[in-house]
Design a protein around this ligand. Structure first.
Ligand code: 13P
Length: 313
């Protein structure tokens, strides 16, 4: 897409937003030009909270499918649009609702904590959702002797289990295709080249990557840490889309994206998040479609687990 075309699309999107009383919520992993047309930019927790507060007729979710579903669960009376419904999430896909129901049935008496990176049907089987921002708080809100199922991210689950020392926690075996791909060897090599750089890591990464971090947190947590820290250089071990916001907020600091194992695959970019483009946002607003639709019984059950999370934050 050339610059003129992109500027023209951005103008058209702004006009459609006004005309249709629409707002755009975008995740930090989307393309920089998509982030630029967003009314709210955030991590998954902030965007869930924001969704319920927006004064609009239409919410267009520039992110992956589960995020738009979460917005619809919280705002059933608003039209929630998703520019690219094929934009999925490897974590959500790793946890099929029917398989999960069978898994849950094997653990009577266990409470279910699920990451928001799940389908609405899995959220409906969940007691409390969490995001990477509040997973620790959510787990700590439950009595220490309460047995738990944590789904679907094995890396975030193990990290939280280590922090809390909880023994009675069963973890679903799912993972994020972006965060699992970072190479320890290449990360250590980067650290040697930039000895003063701080290493910031998303907790969806494998344990051996988390171990070398100076800071572990959600995308919003990482952004705050880079602002607070006295350091000038950071090695960023999460999806590379976040670099746009980092450079915008802290132009005097240097952000180095950590490479995946196979550097030719570009896997530190989430292919799903990058499926959202100015073109599909524009046509989605024009057509007011595709729209998220959820069965009302499932929506109500999912709403309870999301609201339980928001109450804890
Ligand atoms: P955040 O909670 O940091 O927004 O993580 C979102 C995500 O989907 C990571 O894969």
């Amino acid at each position: 897409m050339n610059v003129d075309n992109s500027a023209e699309l951005a103008r058209r999107i702004e006009a459609l937003k006004r005309e249709k009383k629409a707002v755009i919520l975008a995740h930090y992993y989307t393309r920089p030009e998509v982030q630029a047309v967003a009314d709210f930019l955030g991590d998954s927790l902030a965007l869930s909270v924001q969704a319920q507060q927006v004064d609009a007729r239409i919410i267009l979710f520039a992110g992956v499918h589960f995020m738009a579903e979460t917005a619809k669960v919280l705002c059933p009376d608003k039209k929630v649009l998703i520019p690219c419904p094929e934009a999925g999430c490897s974590l959500a896909e790793s946890c099929d609702a029917r398989d999960f129901a069978a898994f849950k049935a094997r653990y009577p008496g266990y409470k279910v904590v699920s990451y928001v990176n799940t389908t609405v049907e899995v959220k409906a089987l969940t007691d409390i959702c969490c995001t990477s921002s509040n997973a620790l708080k959510v787990v700590e809100s439950l009595p220490a002797d309460q047995p738990l199922i944590f789904a679907p991210d094995r890396n975030l689950g193990s990290y939280i289990q280590k922090l809390t020392g909880r023994q009675n926690m069963v973890i679903w075996d799912g993972a994020c295709h972006v965060h699992e791909e970072f190479s320890l060897e290449k990360l250590l090599q980067l650290k040697r080249q930039h000895p003063d750089a701080k290493v910031v890591v998303h907790p969806e990464c494998r344990a051996y990557i988390v171990e070398v971090a100076d800071y572990v947190g959600s995308t919003a947590g990482i952004l705050d840490y880079c602002g607070r820290s006295q350091a000038r250089e950071f090695i960023v071990v999460t999806e590379a889309g976040i670099l746009a916001e980092m450079q915008k907020r802290y132009p005097d600091k240097v952000f180095i994206p950590a490479p995946p194992d196979d550097e030719t695959c570009g896997c530190n970019n989430c292919r799903y998040m990058k499926m959202v483009t100015l073109e599909n946002i524009c046509s989605c607003l024009e057509n007011e479609a595709p729209e998220i639709q959820i069965d009302e019984e499932v929506r109500r059950a999912a709403e309870r687990s999301i609201r339980n999370m928001i109450a804890i934050r």
